[in-house]
Design a protein around this ligand. Sequence first.
Ligand SMILES: [Ca+2]
Length: 530
Amino acid sequence: MTARTLAALALSLTLAACATGQSPGVDVSPVRQVPQASTLPAGWEHGAFMEVYVRGFQDSDGDGIGDLRGLTQRLDYLQALGIRGLWLMPITASGDHAHGYAVTDYRAIEPAYGSLADFDELVRQAHARGIGIVLDYVINHSSDQNPLFKQSASGKTNPWRDWYVWEDAKPQGWSIFDKDPWTMTPTGAYFAQFGSPMPDFNLRNPDVVRYHLDSLRFWVNHGADGFRIDAVGHLFENGKDGWSMQPENYPFLAKVRRELDIDHPHVMVCESPADPIGFAAPSACGSAFAFGHSDALVKAGRGDEQAIHEVADYFVKAPDTMATMVSNHDWFAGHRLWDAMRGDAARVRVAAAAYLLQPGTPYVYYGEELGMSEVGSAEHDGRLRGPMSWTPAGGFSTGKPYSAPSSNLATNNAQAERADPRSTLAFYTAMLGLRNTHSSIATGRYAGPRVDGQVLSFRRVDASEQTVVVINYGPVAGAADVTGLPANARLQRLYPAASDAPGTAPAAGADGRLAVPAAPLSVQVFLVSR
Ligand SMILES: [Ca+2]
């Protein structure tokens, strides 16, 4: 434990949160935020992130379940890949023994994942490698096994009754995701948008909001660099026809950011498939996952010309605070990239190149950088959440893993791909290397996007440099008609390395225009020099 966390604990008051003085069975005491001096390099939040399912990343003790110590052991791999931030799917104690979104204690580590001391050590080791840690925080609902809900359900006069949403009689006429969100109990009916095991909090109760702010501060004080907030379109309801995307959601999230003081260098990134750009606004979360863009990236990878145009146009309007991706842990968001590209490694590369080189903060889903496939013997979300493929034999656990391995473990694993300069891992490492060494790619303006046939090109421009990206999604050779370059500018090849693509540097005409040849299913990146 660090001196900083000791100080934080000393400041964590032990007053009972409830006027009655009763304890609900979990820590609900106030937490005062301790100012954090970030040790991360400036701009860390513009580097690529990885979404990590801790259960599936690395098991350290042979019980077949990934854990925090295992993740810490693999930080060198992440650093070598060029990852600058991790989004950890929920690591708080949960009642589901799987995804972690059914939280039973917001201030405790899931026992299968380790201890709070393990978390402190993970943060220390990650920060030492320039990697920030963003935690998944589930503010809309908890587990029905959470002691707070058990209190709430125990009787109408319980002090925690109003922490969840109750009615004496079951309301009629509701349907959410084709299910009745109300569950009848001996003391009344409670509301649960995501099914009866995950009851919704009553976020109109100021005590509930205070509790969540204090719990978020608890993790900030333990060194968390930000939060991914789950299901932000579902926080507030206004009757059976107003159960999602209500106007109260947006200012609520802005208030959380304001009260937490977690803006720069901390990040807050929200999940709303229905309104990504709206929630990315400064008047809400400041950043949100680019659902929709993710679908276009995948379809473009398959050569769909309409989708290539959508990819080209996205950052003309979308803010550069978008969190971009090509897949995640949820089945509704689509297949793992390898499966979406039907195992065509060249198409995986072109599909990934756009989001790794465009504005926004890319979130690589763990194993994506290996072309890791889904778990063939699992269904739905389970297909997406297999153990990380470290070696041809697995390398994830010395025991029996919680899940069957990925279907392509024998070929697409970290050990095999590290030895192959043409592997998917080598490609991701090269793309993240460009992002980490060229300021225009990390934070530059998005300029001149255009599509010529199936060839996408765009420029990235900042005060110190300009880069040109050319991606051919087609199976035949094409060319990008790049315009807007300085007169007679020369293009120095950054990727692929000049030794892999010999020839003289292409040069623009006096009109700043240049046709760049593009081989089938290829990615090229150039630095513009006069
Ligand atoms: Ca374990």
